[in-house]
Design a protein around this ligand. Structure first.
Ligand code: ZN
Length: 65
């Protein structure tokens, strides 16, 4: 089994989709993924993404993001 770590979520109109760290050996971009709410780093590569939400903000109430 090759279980990958949850790093954050992707927000779409329909809801949140889990985002996992890339598989070992996969080719990724060297840009940070930043959270759309707090601008904190969600992950150190695979970016840039405009629809990413970090784990902390995902847990927050939508009104306080
Ligand atoms: Zn955040």
């Amino acid at each position: 089994m090759n279980e990958r770590k949850l790093i954050g979520y992707t927000e779409r109109e329909e809801g949140f989709y889990p985002m996992y760290e890339p598989a070992k050996g996969s080719i990724v971009t060297q840009a940070f993924i930043l959270c759309k709410y707090c601008s904190g780093a969600v992950y150190h590569c695979m970016g840039p993404r405009l629809d990413a939400v970090c784990l902390t903000c995902h847990e927050k109430d939508p009104d306080v993001r």
